[in-house]
Design a protein around this ligand. Structure first.
Ligand code: HEC
Length: 182
C-alpha cells in the first residue's frame, strides 16, 4: 500500500515543482552585459580572451602571433594580417576583427557568427559549431579591445598573384573542386 499512498504526494510535489518552474520561466532572461554586475562582465571578457587564445583565432588574425609563440600583447590582437592564403579560391587575408565588430551589437554578432560562411582558410565551421555562450564571450572580449589597427588587404580572385608574404596551397584537381568557395 505504501507506494500507492505516496503517489499523490509525489504528484503534488511534481505539480509544485512545475509551477515553480513556470514562475522561473516567466522571469526575465539574464540581463544584457551592460546591466550585468561588473564581476560577471569581467568574467565574460576573460572567458572570451581564453577562447580566442586557445581556439587559434590569433594564429591567423594577429600578425606575428605564431612566430612569437603567442607572446603578443593583447592590445595587438585580432587586428588582421597581410599574410595571404593562396589556393584555388584565390588569396584570402584574415581580416581585422576589431574593426569588423565596430558596428555590430551582440545580437547581430550571434546571428552572424552562427551562420558564417567564408572562403578558406578560415575554419568557419569551428565558429559555427561553438556554443552561443562561447561566441558571446568572444564578442565581448573583442569589443573590450576596442577598434584598432588598419584593414587587412582585400581578397584577390583566382589567377591573380599576391605580393609576398603568402602561403600557397597546391592541391590536386579533385580536392580543388571540393574546397570550392562559399
Ligand atoms: C587558419 C587561419 C584562421 C583561423 C585559425 C581563424 N581565422 Fe577567421 N579568417 C581567416 C581568413 C583567411 C578569413 C577571410 C576569409 C575570406 O576572405 O572569405 C577569416 C575570416 C573571418 C571572419 C569574417 C570576417 C569578415 O570580414 O568577413 C570572422 C568573423 C573570423 N574570421 C573570425 C575568426 C575567429 C573568431 C576565429 C577563432 C575562433 C578565427 N577567425 C580563426 C583565417 C583564420
Amino acid at each position: 500500500m505504501k507506494p500507492i499512498r505516496l503517489l499523490p504526494l509525489a504528484a503534488t510535489a511534481l505539480l509544485l515543482m512545475q509551477s515553480a518552474c513556470r514562475v522561473d520561466g516567466e522571469a526575465p532572461a539574464a540581463p544584457p552585459a551592460a546591466t550585468a554586475s561588473p564581476d560577471a562582465a569581467r568574467e565574460l571578457v576573460a572567458r572570451g580572451e581564453y577562447l580566442v587564445r586557445t581556439t587559434g583565432c590569433n594564429d591567423c588574425h594577429t600578425v606575428g602571433y605564431a612566430e612569437q609563440q603567442g607572446e603578443v600583447d593583447t592590445s595587438q590582437w585580432l587586428t588582421g594580417s597581410p599574410l595571404g592564403y593562396k589556393g584555388p579560391w584565390g588569396t584570402t587575408y584574415a581580416p581585422n576583427l576589431r574593426l569588423k565588430l565596430v558596428d555590430m551589437d551582440e545580437a547581430q554578432w550571434l546571428d552572424y557568427s552562427a551562420a558564417l560562411r567564408t572562403r578558406p582558410i578560415m575554419p568557419d565551421f569551428s565558429l559555427r559549431a561553438m556554443s552561443q555562450a562561447d561566441r558571446r564571450a568572444i564578442f565581448h572580449f573583442i569589443k573590450s579591445l576596442g577598434p584598432g589597427g588598419a584593414p587587412a588587404p582585400a581578397y584577390l580572385p583566382p589567377g591573380q598573384d599576391p605580393p609576398p608574404p603568402y602561403f600557397e596551397l597546391v592541391v590536386p584537381a579533385a580536392a580543388s573542386a571540393a574546397i570550392g568557395t562559399p
